[in-house]
Ligand binder design. Structure first.
Ligand SMILES: [Zn+2]
Length: 138
């Protein structure tokens, strides 16, 4: 087997950190948007998930905003955890590989691919591992 990289370098981690911080700023802005208006248009989450919601009454609007805020706060918490992992030097390493290495079989594992981490900075598992975990195969 080819020798595989099992950790990202400091330089790479710096890039990921900048990416996480940018996402956090985005989420914070979006939460501010929800707070200051009942019809936020600047939320990335609304754009992505607008199909989840029907146009509704003001009560719906409030509920929707509440959902959004809690979703985005969860996301923020996860991003903070990701920052912590950067500090610990464990960022980008598939969780499954530390717990059950024999089951960690994504092509990019044990390192989560850069593309995926830029896209989903709070990812803790390689993409196959995540799917398998979902299906309770791990
Ligand atoms: Zn894995």
């Amino acid at each position: 087997m080819a020798k595989q990289k099992t950790k990202y370098t400091k330089v790479e981690l710096k890039k990921f950190e900048a990416n996480i911080l940018a996402k956090m700023a985005e989420v914070n802005q979006s939460i501010e948007g929800v707070r200051s208006t009942t019809k936020p248009t600047n939320s990335v989450f609304i754009q992505e998930r607008s199909e989840d919601f029907n146009e509704g009454t003001e009560a719906h609007e409030v509920e929707k905003n509440f959902l959004l805020m809690s979703r985005e706060s969860d996301y923020l918490v996860n991003l903070q955890k990701a920052l912590q992992r950067i500090k610990d030097g464990t960022y980008g390493i598939c969780e499954i590989s530390t717990k059950t290495p024999e089951k960690c079989e994504s092509p990019d594992c044990p390192l989560i691919s850069k593309e995926r981490l830029m896209e989903v900075p709070n990812a803790t598992k390689g993409v196959f591992c995540k799917e398998k975990k979902k299906l309770n195969l791990i």
